[in-house]
Ligand binder design. Structure first.
Ligand SMILES: *Cc1c(COP(=O)(O)O)cnc(C)c1O
Length: 229
């Protein structure tokens, strides 16, 4: 199994440098959905530590033993989270990037209070206001942030998946503006096709699947948030 981590890392560093940003300003999240545990192990051997999965169940199966052997591995949930999977998600993920609605904030707030700790959290913003896509509408972001604060949940940043048919840079600039307005330091934006652009607009985390691993199997075809398959 081969992957393109060396090239991708070089491209990230070049994009950061041309944007006059420090080389540690952004991290590579390896999106391993639809990939095997062996492919993940190969990347771990090359030093990759941050991985993104969009389904709780798939991540549980794939990472159970990898987590034991690599305690410094960091797992991010980048797909929609159902409230009945909150406990399982908290058991598994270090970062949840897809907070997007009041019922989820309520469930997470309760469970995190019970545990006395919370994972790193991002709010997903539906910057294109697409009916079929997850994410809070930009107009509803202030209320959701207020609810998070009330529930004792600290939010680190914002995440978006721009509409396929739009210029991604408009959405990246918009997300960066929203984060700035609310004093949030992190921006999860940019995927295989547009991570260079995202880094110019201030991305602190690029989520890269296909450019890293090659194409995925057909397992994601029914996913409403699946992108660029
Ligand atoms: C699948 C996925 C990615 C990775 O997309 P690629 O185009 O394969 O790099 C990034 N973010 C989210 C939310 C995804 O679901």
């Amino acid at each position: 199994m081969t992957n393109n981590r060396t090239q991708i890392v070089a491209q990230i560093l070049a994009a950061l440098s041309s944007a006059a940003r420090p080389s540690a300003a952004a991290e590579l999240l390896a999106v391993s959905k639809g990939q095997t545990a062996e492919a993940v192990a190969d990347l771990l051997a090359e030093g990759q530590r941050a991985f993104g999965e969009n389904r709780v169940q798939e991540a549980e199966t794939k990472f159970a033993s990898l987590r034991q052997s690599h305690p410094d591995l960091r797992l991010h949930l980048i797909g929609p989270l159902q409230t009945n999977k909150v406990k399982a998600a908290l058991d598994l993920f270090d970062v949840i990037e897809t907070i997007d609605r009041p019922s989820l904030v309520e469930a997470l707030g309760k469970e995190c209070a019970k545990r006395g700790r919370q994972p790193e959290l991002f709010i997903q913003v539906n910057t294109g206001a697409e009916a079929q896509k997850s994410g809070v509408l930009p107009a509803d972001l202030p209320a959701l942030l207020a609810q998070c604060a009330e529930a004792g949940l600290k939010i680190s940043g914002l995440m978006c998946i721009p509409p396929l048919e739009d210029e991604a840079c408009l959405h990246f600039a918009f997300l960066a503006e929203l984060a700035k307005r609310h004093g949030l330091g992190k921006l999860s934006m940019g995927m295989s096709d547009d991570f260079g652009t995202a880094l110019r607009y201030g991305s602190t985390e690029v989520r890269i699947g296909t450019a890293l691993f090659g194409s995925r199997g057909q397992t994601q075809s029914g996913d409403k948030d699946a992108v660029r398959l």
